[in-house]
Design a protein around this ligand. Structure first.
Ligand code: FES
Length: 121
């Protein structure tokens, strides 16, 4: 199971969560369960406030299951291009920006960065 490390100016140091017991949790649920102050409003992929910058720590490509809401919200924010969507769907190459409420880490250890400003990773 992946480890998820959160990094933000809102945190005094990076926080790593071992997700063995929380394997189907999305990143927002992990953050809430561990009192990580990741901005959010709707929890349904609609507001965009939970935008995160995701980097893999294992050197592997991330799997990319993008929801329609995530694609629409990130595209509207200028954080996802049609090419990003094509690469995610055709080649399983993950886009850099995600919505924490829609992203479920699968296998790779990841670094999740957020600025603390709603809708700005
Ligand atoms: Fe609104 Fe994630 S909390 S899109």
């Amino acid at each position: 199971m992946p480890n998820v490390t959160f990094s933000s100016p809102l945190l005094s140091h990076p926080v790593t969560i071992f997700t063995a017991d929380e394997e189907s949790s999305n990143v927002l649920a992990l953050a809430e369960a561990h009192r990580i102050p990741l901005p959010h409003v709707c929890g349904r992929g609609e507001c965009g406030d939970c935008m995160i910058d995701v980097l893999t720590l294992s050197g592997k490509l991330l799997g990319s299951i993008l929801t329609e809401k995530e694609k629409a919200r990130l595209s509207a924010a200028g954080k996802m291009t049609p090419e990003d969507i094509r690469l995610a769907e055709a080649k399983d190459i993950a886009p850099r920006y995600r919505l924490a409420c829609q992203f479920v880490p699968r296998y790779e250890d990841v670094l999740v960065k957020f600025s603390g400003r709603p809708g700005d990773a």
